[in-house]
Design a protein around this ligand. Structure first.
Ligand code: 13P
Length: 248
């Protein structure tokens, strides 16, 4: 039985004060849950939020990690630094990184490996654009994004990793994939992993992301291959995010 995981991705939003207030409200309101809850916060607030959440059931993650270990890489943040800040997770290959900052499948694979070297669990984000979906290339795109990492890191690396399926057309648009559309791709991803290792396929958590809201979370999370959610906009509202956490 896979444990459910609900992750908030705050993206580049809010101030130190906003983040602390949000984290406090979440810590107080979550109560006892069996699922894991994480928030991916801006780098500069990681230590603060981690401290605020100490003693709660919520852990912190980063929104990205460098594809190099250390050295002259101005502006980058290494996996070692993230581990220092108490990060348990790091997103890699988020579609906003891929489309605005040029993260390629090859660099995403390196980020994934760097995170794992420091025992940070990488959350590999995959997903197709609207144009790719409309030209029936969803599975091909997901294959390429997944295979680049599997080939570089090996299938067993996914025993300590999470996959997030985030169709780009559903991110921040209010257009959620239907439960069946999401389930179809989640099942496909699990089968692709199973072709290499059934054990890994059975255990790997696959999250859905893209306009997850309090009113659609329950139905999405009830699908057999959806193990939780990666929540953007709705994770900035404590009440809504708590509702989503309790939709598992
Ligand atoms: P929204 O929930 O705002 O659509 O964002 C999803 C996302 O990108 C999470 O990483």
């Amino acid at each position: 039985m896979r444990q459910s995981l609900i992750m908030g991705n705050w993206k580049m939003n809010g101030s130190r004060q906003d983040g602390q207030a949000l984290a406090n409200t979440l810590a107080e309101g979550l109560g006892s849950v069996t699922q894991e809850v994480a928030v991916c916060v801006p780098f500069v607030y990681l230590s603060d939020i981690q401290q605020t959440l100490t003693g709660s059931a919520i852990v912190v993650g980063a929104q990205n990690v460098a594809d190099q270990t250390s050295g002259a890489y101005t502006g980058e943040v290494s996996a070692t630094m993230l581990a220092d800040c108490g990060c348990k997770y790091a997103l890699v290959g988020h579609s906003e990184r891929r489309s605005y900052y040029g993260d390629t499948n090859a660099s995403v694979a390196k980020r994934f490996i760097e995170a794992q070297k420091q025992n940070i669990i990488p959350v590999l984000c995959v997903g197709e654009t609207l144009e790719e979906r409309e030209s029936n290339r969803t599975f091909q795109v997901v294959d390429e994004q997944l295979d680049a990492v599997i080939d570089a890191a090996g299938i067993d690396a996914f025993q300590k990793a999470v996959i997030a399926y985030e169709p780009v057309w559903a991110i921040g648009t209010g257009k959620t994939a239907t439960d069946d559309q999401a389930q179809e791709v989640h099942r496909y991803i699990r089968q692709r992993i199973a072709a290499r290792s059934q054990t890994v396929a059975d255990s790997v958590q696959i999250l859905y992301g893209g306009s997850v809201k309090p009113d659609n979370a329950k139905a999405l999370f009830a699908m057999p291959d959806i193990d939780g959610g990666l929540v953007g906009g709705a994770s900035l509202d404590a009440k809504g995010f708590l509702q989503i956490c309790h939709s598992v």
